[in-house]
Design a protein around this ligand. Structure first.
Ligand SMILES: Cc1cc2nc3c(=O)[nH]c(=O)nc-3n(C[C@H](O)[C@H](O)[C@H](O)COP(=O)(O)OP(=O)(O)OC[C@H]3O[C@@H](n4cnc5c(N)ncnc54)[C@H](O)[C@@H]3O)c2cc1C
Length: 401
């Protein structure tokens, strides 16, 4: 292992930051270039009057995100449990908490529908979602869509798909026919496991990583292009905050840019990944009907307003700060929340890498030796995939001859 290797990481989202963190734990001294003025990427949180609302990722489940849970514990970032009864699913004017008892009592489902939901939950409980080992059952399900699986293997009706499966799969901003069943079931698994959120939002995780690696993250620097030179090292063209271009040389490069810039920086690498997108808005409203809930979720079915759902923080004076994602750009937020005052717009943003049925899973290696990719593309995309691929890339760099 050559600890004096020059390693450049492109992008300071959770994937790039955790790669730098694990490299440093191994004794390497990487540098992270981030094009935006601040680190974090889709780990971004707005602080408003003492409350924290996420603009991107919000939650993790210790059972499903073991690597990320370890990282957050190591960093000492405080986090708290959100109970499923604090998650509201609203269909028309009916609203239910997402815990079994609230769902049972909600009147939204017949006993037989409720039992079918429990059967699916039991099936999901028996699956192994760890990224290290691909459960053969999940591997089989990778070839069909979530919708096909729910209808074919679970006997789900249209109503069950519209009321439960779609709102859950839209955690990934994707509908049941377009997502592979293994990834879809992973999203559904969040519906029956303890969920945690950092007290100060996901941005706190990014800030803590930056704080622990002084001088490593260079924000405001955009990677323009990279290529191998005649001595086998990488030449990297960078634009600084003053728009002045300069060049760096590296032994290894790690792409952690999310879907943005992929392929453009180094055309010989064919990433061929697509990302789901979402549009978010953060606003202040008075909506007493939602005060007992922290997260709100709407089905797309029979949804005239087009609000998808999101996070809510309630202030003691009756105001709610809501970070809501929309099914449509012209969503009628007022129809759900009444009069509201808009705070910063989040805008259209990449959400999660799309895993369509029967798609190929790629690893961290690229077509170019010494260049790696990390992020939310591995098997079951989410923050866990970012941390997992970060560790994989570090292992590869360590073991390079
Ligand atoms: C609304 C929303 C909710 C979500 N909720 C959850 C959730 O609750 N749980 C979960 O597990 N996942 C969730 N996700 C997904 C999760 O946020 C992402 O999977 C994860 O944050 C991706 O991290 P990343 O580091 O791969 O990419 P990013 O966070 O996108 O980071 C990429 C970074 O690279 C930078 N960059 C791009 N191009 C260049 C360049 N040319 N030069 C330099 N820098 C560059 C970008 O500015 C960015 O900072 C959510 C996503 C969204 C949008």
């Amino acid at each position: 292992m050559q600890l004096n290797k020059r390693i450049l990481i492109f992008g300071a989202g959770i994937a790039g930051l955790s790669t730098a963190y694990y490299l440093r734990n191994e004794g390497f001294l990487p540098v992270v270039y981030e094009k935006r003025p601040e680190a974090g990427g889709r780990f971004a949180t707005l602080e408003y009057e003492g409350v924290y609302i996420n603009k991107g990722a919000m939650m993790f489940a210790p059972e499903l995100n073991r690597g990320f849970t370890e990282l957050i514990a190591e960093l000492g970032v405080p986090h708290e449990l959100i109970r499923l009864k604090k998650f509201a699913l609203q269909v028309g004017d009916k609203i239910t908490g997402l815990d079994s008892w609230s769902m049972f009592r909600s009147g939204l489902f017949s006993i037989s529908e409720y039992m079918k939901w429990r059967r699916l939950v039991k099936f999901i409980k028996g699956l192994d979602f760890r990224l290290e080992s691909w459960d053969p059952k999940l591997q089989e399900l990778h070839s069909v869509s979530l919708e096909e699986f729910c209808v074919r293997d679970m006997g789900y009706s249209r109503k069950m798909l519209d009321y439960i499966v779609q709102p859950f799969s839209s955690f990934g901003y994707i509908d049941p026919p377009h997502i592979a069943a293994d990834h879809g079931l992973f999203l559904l698994a969040y519906g029956d496991t303890p969920i945690r959120v950092p007290h100060k939002g996901m941005a706190d995780v990014a800030s803590e990583l930056v704080r622990r690696m002084p001088g490593v993250v260079r924000a405001g620097f955009r990677i323009e292009s990279a290529g191998k030179n005649s001595s086998g090292a990488f030449d990297v063209n960078i634009i600084g905050p003053d728009e002045k271009p300069f060049k760096e040389t590296a032994d290894n490069i790690v792409f952690a840019t999310g879907q943005e810039s992929l392929g453009r920086i180094m055309p010989e690498i064919n990433f061929n990944m697509k990302c789901t997108k979402t549009r978010g808005v953060i606003f202040e409203a008075r909506c007493p009907q939602y005060r007992k809930y922290d997260v709100l979720l709407f089905s797309k079915f029979n949804n005239p307003h087009g609000v998808h759902g999101g996070e809510m923080k309630h202030l003691p004076d009756g105001r709610t700060i809501a970070g809501m994602f929309l099914y449509r750009p012209d969503a009628d937020i007022e129809a759900v929340f009444g009069k509201y005052k808009e705070l910063p717009k989040v805008g259209w943003s990449p959400a999660i890498t799309l895993i369509p049925p029967a798609s190929r899973t790629r690893g961290v290696e690229t077509e170019v030796p010494g260049a790696y990719i990390v992020g939310d593309f591995y098997r079951l995309p989410c923050i866990e995939s970012c941390v997992y691929t970060a560790k994989q890339a570090v292992e590869r760099i360590k073991n390079e001859i």
